[in-house]
Design a binder for this molecule. Structure first.
Ligand SMILES: [Zn+2]
Ligand SMILES: [Zn+2]
Length: 290
């Protein structure tokens, strides 16, 4: 049973499938909104295997669809240019992306509905909270550092409390679930997105310890502290060397002209690559101390 918090509250932020609506017309019935389109995790129409759409094909206005009666039939129209929604469009997403999003949607749906053998819904909640909490780097939410195709425009403000999905637009919800998939390895996400940044896995582990239900009698006891993954910091000189390597690299020269969030993401990717390629070395046992 799905609770109300896993439905998109604002109808304007729900995606629609033009092919489904065209089918309504072809069989002579009113346009109607499918229930699945209101689920927070729905990105793709299962029947037509296309991405849902939250903008008008004619004027590109976003989230402005409304119903109107045209020749005695209910039709969804664009509130901006008043064109009735129709015309299944050219599919732009590759089949691999569609397959992945369908698998992911099914996995999240199973968790929300509490079906057996699904990932725990609490895990998904904590992952979403982690992604939308401010990072120490510059206060931007962690998701801004992900190596995913992020929606254009301003980054939504992070939600301090409650489910951030409630106030996210359709494109941001999709990106959030893709990042969750990478963090929790849902729908075999890591196979083609690669592993998530290691600092984010640590952040997730910290949050899990604090927010998932624990034994009420052992609040932050020694036992819990001992099982915490140790943050293995390295000497400052190593970070300094890594930074110098990045600054001297061709990759950095190529992105130093880029601005805004794209640059942040590319820089994040360089930092992750550097830390990951160093990780192999630092796993070798070595004498402790200065
Ligand atoms: Zn459809
Ligand atoms: Zn329009």
């Amino acid at each position: 049973m799905r609770s109300i918090t896993w439905y998109v509250a604002d109808r304007r932020e729900r995606g629609i499938c033009l092919d489904c609506l065209d089918e309504d017309v072809s069989v002579g019935r009113d346009h109607y909104l499918r229930r699945e389109w209101a689920h927070v995790e729905t990105a793709v129409c299962r029947k037509h295997r296309c991405m849902l759409q939250d903008w008008c094909d004619h004027c590109f206005a976003r989230d402005r669809f409304r119903f109107e009666c045209i020749e005695e039939e209910a039709r969804l129209i664009c509130g901006h240019c008043s064109t009735a929604v129709s015309g299944g469009r050219k599919k732009v997403e590759g089949t691999a992306t569609v397959d992945f999003l369908l698998l992911l949607t099914a996995a999240v749906d199973a968790a929300i509905e509490g079906r057996e053998s699904s990932v725990a819904l609490d895990e998904i909640k904590v992952a979403i909270e982690t992604l939308w909490s401010p990072s120490q780097a510059n206060g931007k939410p962690f998701i801004a550092w992900f190596d995913l195709k992020l929606p254009l425009g301003r980054l939504p403000a992070f939600a301090a409390r409650g489910n951030p999905l409630v106030c996210l637009s359709f494109p941001w919800r999709i990106v959030t679930f893709m990042a969750v998939a990478q963090l929790l390895d849902l729908a075999q996400a890591r196979r083609w997105l690669g592993p998530p940044p290691s600092y984010l896995e640590r952040e997730l582990a910290n949050r899990k310890r604090n927010s998932l239900p624990q034994d009420a009698e052992t609040p932050h006891s020694v036992g819990i502290l001992e099982t915490a993954p140790k943050l293995r910091l390295r000497p400052d000189i190593e970070y300094h060397q890594l930074a110098e390597q990045i600054l001297a690299s061709q990759d950095w020269k190529a992105i130093s002209a880029v601005k805004g969030s794209l640059r942040d993401r590319k820089l994040g990717r360089l930092m992750n690559q550097a830390l990951r390629s160093e990780r192999g070395r630092s796993d070798v046992p070595r004498p402790t101390g200065p």
